[in-house]
Design a protein around this ligand. Sequence first.
Ligand SMILES: NC(=O)C1=CN([C@@H]2O[C@H](COP(=O)(O)OP(=O)(O)OC[C@H]3O[C@@H](n4cnc5c(N)ncnc54)[C@H](O)[C@@H]3O)[C@@H](O)[C@H]2O)C=CC1
Ligand SMILES: O=C([O-])C1=[NH+]CCC1
Length: 310
Amino acid sequence: MSRLPKYIEADDVKRVLKMTDLIPIIEKAMGNFSKGEDGGVVQPARSFIPVKKHAGSFIAMCAYSEKDETLATKLLTRYQENAGTGIPTHMSAIILFEPSTGELKSIMDGDVITSMRTAAASAVATKYLAPENSKILCILGSGDQARSHYKSLHHICNFEEVRVWSPTFKNAQDFSSQLKSKVCETVEEAVRGADVIVTATFAKQPIVEWEWVKPGAHINAVGAVNKKWQELSSELMQKSVVHVDSREAAMKESGDVIISKTEIFAEIGDLVNGTKEAQKEKTTVFKSLGMAMEDAVSAKLVYDKHMENQ
Ligand SMILES: NC(=O)C1=CN([C@@H]2O[C@H](COP(=O)(O)OP(=O)(O)OC[C@H]3O[C@@H](n4cnc5c(N)ncnc54)[C@H](O)[C@@H]3O)[C@@H](O)[C@H]2O)C=CC1
Ligand SMILES: O=C([O-])C1=[NH+]CCC1
């Protein structure tokens, strides 16, 4: 193997990474993660460095999976105030190592992977938890994650209607002109009657109330990645059956979980492994925070596919 790592840019990641390949790989990874030591996953809690002077944060996420033979770290910045400036709010690179020798294999764009693997994790949750014959999808937010979720969730359900709401009406209109959907003026209008709901916003205070949510609906809550922030009201969290990607991370990083003091029923991996039963008929929440393990398996897939084409 050459000692020079392969640099894989965003366009190449986009070219080789397909949602249909990614969803089952993320499903398996979530299952392995939730098996504890038997799953062969090592994923320490991620590090956050606040870049207070510039209202940003720097996040380092590492994982090793023995079963998947992948060892990687993602370095990511989250600068919310970039919104509307033309600079993305999240930017990242993934560094992939060869687990058998420790060699550096690749440095690749992490933006496409972050977008797609987060939406793939929600697709797995939706597969287990959405009501049968879900027809109406509601997306709150119109940014990067909103777009990738639109695409991934169509692999799971045959939606007849998609609704989008965003705090800036024009952004929702742009979303709707590119991805077939109906623009809603309020969160309540978007949420009422929806079977599957995605919250992919920068909200710091709850934007979704329990009484708007159709009984039995499934919610993928992707934003509010801070112990002081919430996208869902405490009542909604307490009355729903709550699932997370990692219990440990949720208890440390999720305001939706910590502030509401809700009980966590299961990790999505527990549903995959069959150690907890999916309760499709109940109102369910998947509180997603994102896992390094998801980046590691995605990066390996990208690397292997990219090298096949060299
Ligand atoms: N769970 C996970 O694995 C991941 C979570 N995220 C989180 O998902 C959320 C969305 O990320 P992206 O789509 O990449 O960001 P983006 O910058 O592309 O889009 C953000 C969206 O939030 C909306 N927004 C801004 N302020 C708001 C407010 N106060 N209330 C409601 N909506 C507001 C914006 O109008 C925009 O539609 C962020 O909180 C981000 O940190 C991002 C990556 C992975
Ligand atoms: O897992 C991830 O990449 C992120 N979670 C929150 C911001 C980015």
